[in-house]
Design a protein around this ligand. Sequence first.
Ligand code: PLP
Length: 385
Amino acid sequence: MSDADARFSRLIAFAKQLYPGEAFIPLHAPVFRGNEKAYLVDCIDSTFVSSVGAYVDRFEQMMRDITGAPYAIATVNGTAALHLALMLAGVGDDDEVITQPLSFVATCNAISYERAHPVFVDVDRDTLSLSPDALAHFLRDHAERRDGGTYNRTTGRRIAAVVPMHTFGIPGRIEALAALCDEWGLVLVEDAAESLGATVGDRHTGRFGRVGAFSLNGNKIVTSGGGGCVITDDPVLGAKAKHLSTTSKRPHKWDFFHEEVAYNYRLPNVNAALACAQLEQLDTFLADKRATADQYRAFCAGEGLSFLDQLPGTASNFWLNAIVLEDRAARDRFLEQSNAAGVMTRPVWILMHRLPAFERCFRGPLDNAEWLEDRVVNIPSSVRP
Ligand SMILES: *Cc1c(COP(=O)(O)O)cnc(C)c1O
């Protein structure tokens, strides 16, 4: 066995120690050890299992308390939250939206729902989030301000918004991105789907732009089965998000008057019940994940492995831990070795500009994203038993 493979074996053994007694260690499994069952039973007993109910209101209040945002609107999933966020940002037909190629496909899908075009700009190697340097270069090379908007000189299209994503819960350089958006008159929308509980300074991720979107999918730090949430500081946008996500129905005792074409993006109360019970445990989960990350960090330091870490002044939620290997061959060997040993590991997503739907999208140089694509591997990160 080569030195590298021996090191991989020790990492696999280390993961087995962190999650003892499991025949197969998943990357991320949900943990239900709070009020989940009690709230679900209560919800069913109330008969309010569907699109209105006390748990939806409670979930939204909890999201306001956790994020500090004055407005939080529940949605059926994170993709719907992102779609709403882009509508609130004023993204529309034939606009361009700058985002990162290294993300889950939902970011690009949501942009496409508005008949807008994703434009790919590179990420930073240390955060895996949109790079302010790359964005500054891109705008200098391609953007011009005219007629009260910002336009891509090459394509002639309006650039409407910038959507960075806090990959694996590691906060990106969001303040620098926000400053660039201000300078260029672009709306900042944060895809905070993976970063619930993660902060920059004392501000929660999702609160640096005009709108932020969260996901409570089954694999995220807390789950409601499926679910999401939009947050904003703007009362007008908050009201609009609620309206658009609830079929734009004018409140009335019996009349069904709908003001415009809108969406049924409501979170069912039964999912909200699960969400409330999970959010009550968020602080415990965060502490547990921080402890797991501390252990991986120390192990990786001892082995000369590169562990993806938070930047100073930021707090990751350590949703999914990740290591960066020397090259694609090493990555593939580690993926083989670990998965064969019952320890689930996974490479990062295939980059968006390689997918048929997005391969023709305009883009800047993507050297860091392509470098990371060959090297990043997620390692088991569930809350521990
Ligand atoms: C999970 C996720 C979403 C939203 O996903 P849903 O499954 O629709 O809740 C969006 N963007 C990113 C980056 C995600 O990881």
